[in-house]
Design a protein around this ligand. Structure first.
Ligand code: FAD
Length: 461
């Protein structure tokens, strides 16, 4: 129970003395640097930032926040657009320094510290010709991505990042370090695979690895006025595509001209991939074709330049079952008015292994062949915020009739409770019940929050 002790320098000194990592406070030279996250719209000023070195630092931080009634936020890679990794006036547990990585090529497992980025994990596993599914931009943190799901270029063959977690070390709200897997704390193991940071602080993930690479990957770019024809063809092609192929569509402005790109990753034998991709390449003459054989790590960092630190971001997202004529028309109507040429619209296709897993097998509920549609607005000048947000909202409202009432939790910004409910979908009652068991006071609430179930609302499996 919180005692609300005044947060004097002396009280913080007590925490600092218990930590192996540093406690960064307002006035320290690196305070502004350490509190900054990927989305420059987020400008929060925590009372202190614990730069955790290990699980015991995490436990000390949790105990301290709980005992002093302090807001507590948890930072992995700091990439979440919602910015929940930092808080005002509370304690940030910064795990970004926890970068241990042990790869066991014989057992095809990776033990990965929660501070690793996707790029760091990929580089370590690819030294052995192995990989685990993750996302598409290498600076993203493995922790937030995996806890929410993790949709990337291997989803068709190997599923989501969370589907490949075989165990995790978690510090719970009472400060205890537990190992969770299919046998130990199986309910907590279920909840952290899609339930986000609601249930504890993960200090280490154990991932299943697969032989991957080199891959056949790259993009075909078309003028947007051919989008109707190209996307009809693409959508039909993907509906029957083998698991080895994952793909995405993106719309953007190139020198002011609306363009459409189809990006693919084939992770099977290259000859089979060339054959499989032939009908796609026959869709019409592209403006550019960059598809070729490349190391998997090159594909994984190919999108990095489009997402440098320091820009402002406002995202909206939802799932589209198919690229219907109506939805594409709405996108094409709005694209020419997009206020920032840095922005884009993406639709990552999800299918195969990622779609086949039963919706209740993990906490990630959105299991189907579908597109994760994202309106990714970004701009540099603070004066442009209003018009970029307005354009994104307007497009999203126009798209709503075409979208399912479902959203990938890792795409949420600071949105209302109906959208958070849509993110956890049919798994929400079980998640709320487990929240009541593992975090009854909602200590971990600076996230896309799951409120603990009331004791009188029993969950019936
Ligand atoms: C440029 C860009 C590209 C992206 N591409 C993809 C993609 O291809 N596929 C995809 O699936 N997603 C993608 N995402 C979304 C990404 O998955 C989320 O932003 C995710 O939250 C990032 O994780 P992080 O650790 O970097 O974030 P953080 O901001 O550090 O954390 C986000 C939240 O996760 C929780 N959290 C973080 N670490 C821990 C921990 N160790 N224990 C408990 N809770 C924790 C906290 O609640 C925190 O608020 C992308 C995001 C960006 C900005």
């Amino acid at each position: 129970m919180a005692t609300h002790v005044a947060l004097t320098a002396g009280v913080l000194d007590g925490l600092a003395a218990r930590l192996r990592g540093r406690l960064v406070r307002p006035g320290d030279v690196d305070y502004d640097d350490v509190r900054a996250v990927f989305n420059a719209l987020i400008d929060r000023k925590p009372a202190a930032i614990a730069r955790c070195r290990d699980a015991s630092d995490v436990a000390h931080g949790i105990d301290f926040a709980r005992d002093h009634g302090l807001p507590l936020s948890v930072r992995g890679g700091g990439h979440s657009v919602a910015g929940n990794a930092v808080c005002d006036g509370g304690l940030v547990l910064d795990l970004s320094g926890m970068k241990t990585l042990h790869v066991d090529p014989g057992c095809r497992l990776a033990l990965a510290g929660s501070g690793l980025t996707l790029g760091e994990l990929d580089r370590g596993t690819q030294q052995h010709g192995l990989a685990t599914p993750s996302g598409a931009v290498s600076m993203t943190g493995i922790a937030g991505l995996t806890l929410g799901g993790g949709l990337g270029w291997l989803n068709g063959r190997y599923g989501l990042a969370c589907d490949n977690v075989v165990a995790a070390d978690v510090v719970t709200a009472d400060g205890a370090l537990v190992r969770v897997d299919a046998e130990e704390h199986p309910d907590l193991f279920w909840a952290i695979r899609g339930g986000g940071g609601n249930f504890g602080v993960v200090t280490r993930f154990t991932y299943r690895l697969h032989p991957v690479g080199p891959v056949l990957a790259g993009s075909l770019t078309f003028p947007a006025d051919t989008a109707g024809r190209v996307l009809r063809h693409f959508d039909e092609f993907m509906a029957a595509a083998p698991d080895e192929l994952s793909a995405a569509v993106s719309f953007g402005l190139d020198g002011g001209r609306p363009v459409l790109s189809v990006t693919v990753c084939w992770c099977g034998p290259v000859d089979d991939g060339e054959r499989t991709l032939r009908p796609l390449r026959a869709m019409g003459p592209p403006l550019a074709d960059s598809i070729g054989v490349m190391p998997y790590v090159d594909l994984q960092s190919a999108g990095d330049a489009g997402f440098p630190r320091g820009r402002r971001h406002y995202w909206k997202a939802g799932f589209l079952p198919r690229l219907t004529v109506g939805a594409v028309e709405v996108l094409l109507e709005h694209l020419p008015q997009m206020p920032s040429a840095l922005s884009g619209i993406g639709a990552q296709h999800m299918h195969g292994a990622a779609g086949r897993i039963p919706a209740t097998a993990t906490a990630f509920p959105h299991r189907a062949d579908q597109y994760d549609l994202q309106l990714l607005s970004q701009w540099a000048d603070p004066q442009d915020t209003e018009r970029n947000v307005a354009w994104t909202r307007d497009l999203f409202e126009s798209l709503r009739p075409h979208l399912q009432d479902a959203v990938y939790v890792n795409n949420l910004g600071s949105e209302g409770p109906d959208r958070v409910r849509a993110a956890y979908g049919a798994n929400l009652p079980r998640l709320a019940e487990l929240k009541r068991v593992y975090d009854p006071t909602n200590l971990f609430r600076l996230n896309h929050n799951i409120a603990p179930a009331r004791p009188d609302t029993a969950f019936v499996p």
